[in-house]
Design a binder for this molecule. Structure first.
Ligand code: SF4
Ligand code: SF4
Length: 396
């Protein structure tokens, strides 16, 4: 968004407040400066030089979770998260809480594979004491090796089609088992699979940190590389990657990765999850924000789960409310993140479910951390793990 468009968008706000209705940071704090309308108003005043750029103002703009709950509510059609991204790019030097991470992201995002071993050692040495002192949220062990270090083309004698996997950083470095589960599903169903080693971070965490140019550079790399991969679809297990690549790559990189799909869309469109069976389980589902607010994917995971014989599906209250994770937000605004998350955990614990399923590795991290904190005995699983288990039970 250029300066003129940014200024014009900000001036279109009539301060009606409709966007506050679902804003999790506003509903948790009841503070106007922590809500959608307040943030748009502050950016407007800043743009008109009626408000000075201060650390406090930057803090409020960086306290947005970029969940997207507000953007479908504005009667004027203002894309509020887009304004927040632009505001962050302008205010980043004043957000002192984010300085260290911003520098680390800037220099490590293009060479994650090289810094990964050092990160593993650092996590082993420092994470425990920092977590016990309440300074860091729950972060799982880093994987022994990144998911994409494995074979790049999985041949299949059935070869009914060819799919590519976009793992994203959370699957690559934290949850490689989710990538392996998707591989098993695809291979069992007869697909040849490409796992592309040239994949880089999608850029979403960098843009959220105000690093617009660096995010654009990553986006261009992914577009250039993935559009050379021959595949019917590129499948992602992370809704933030999917939202970012579909919605923001066209303006950031001038193009996007073609046929990019969320795993739920893929499983339904290619009819992968029909006729499956599992041992009896009571299952509830948590909607990741980017999946339902940005991509409109809400029915697909329910259709998949309800279709598995043995699964008794139970809906939790406010299933589509945020879990409080939002990436770096859970680090910089830990108390609000936990407060939002506790509400989600309460809603989960009021169901009879023994398993909570979601479609986002970030939500899994948040729910795992909170369940440990409150001592809730429930399995937290990604939908690919459930489908993998059922498909492989079918294969045996
Ligand atoms: S993106 Fe989410 S947290 Fe940010 S202003 Fe909108 S509703 Fe609030
Ligand atoms: S809903 Fe739109 S017009 Fe109303 S306060 Fe929010 S951004 Fe402004």
């Amino acid at each position: 968004m250029n300066d003129i468009d940014y200024s014009r968008e900000l001036s279109r706000c009539v301060r009606c407040g409709a966007c506050k209705a679902l804003c999790p940071t506003y509903l948790t704090t009841l503070n106007e400066t922590m809500g959608a309308r307040g943030r748009v108003a502050m950016l407007g005043e800043l743009e008109g030089s009626r408000l000075a750029p201060t650390e406090r103002l930057a803090d409020r703009i960086f306290s947005c979770m970029l969940c997207g709950a507000c953007k479908n509510l504005c009667p004027a059609g203002i894309n509020i998260p887009e304004l927040i991204y632009n505001g962050r790019d302008r205010l980043k030097s004043l957000f002192s809480k984010g300085r260290l991470i911003r520098t680390a992201l800037k220099y490590s995002s293009t060479r994650m594979d090289a810094v990964f071993p050092a990160l593993r050692i650092m996590r082993k040495m420092f994470y425990g004491p920092l977590f016990n002192a309440g300074l860091l949220p729950y972060i799982p062990e880093l994987a022994p090796e990144p998911f994409k270090n494995s074979v790049s083309v999985y041949k299949n004698i059935k070869r009914i089609g060819r799919m590519a996997v976009f793992a994203g950083c959370s699957v690559n470095y934290l949850y490689p088992d989710l990538g392996k589960a998707l591989l098993r599903i695809l291979i069992s169903k007869g697909y040849e699979v490409v796992v592309f080693k040239g994949e880089v971070c999608c850029g979403a965490p960098l843009r959220a940190a105000g690093l617009e140019e660096e995010a654009a550079a990553l986006a261009k790399k992914n577009v250039e590389h993935f559009n050379r991969v021959r595949a019917e679809a590129v499948i992602s297990m992370c809704p933030t990657c999917t939202m970012f690549i579909r919605e923001q790559y066209p303006s950031l990189a001038g193009d996007t990765i073609t046929s990019f799909m969320d795993v739920n869309e893929f499983l339904v469109k290619y009819d992968i999850a029909s006729g499956l069976e599992l041992s009896p389980a009571v299952v509830t589902y948590h909607d990741p924000c980017h999946l339902h607010y940005s991509l409109g994917i809400k029915n697909e995971p329910r259709h998949i789960l309800k279709g598995i014989k043995g699964v008794e599906f139970t809906e939790m209250q406010d299933a589509d409310e945020c879990c409080g994770f939002a990436g770096l937000f859970s680090l910089h605004f830990k108390n609000i993140s936990r407060e939002i998350g506790r509400k989600k955990i309460d809603n989960i614990s009021r169901t009879a479910a023994d398993t909570v399923v979601t479609s986002c590795p970030g939500c899994i991290m948040q729910l795992e951390g909170l369940k440990k904190e409150v001592g809730l005995n429930i399995d937290v699983r990604h939908i690919v793990e459930i489908v993998d288990e059922a498909v492989n039970a079918e294969v045996k």
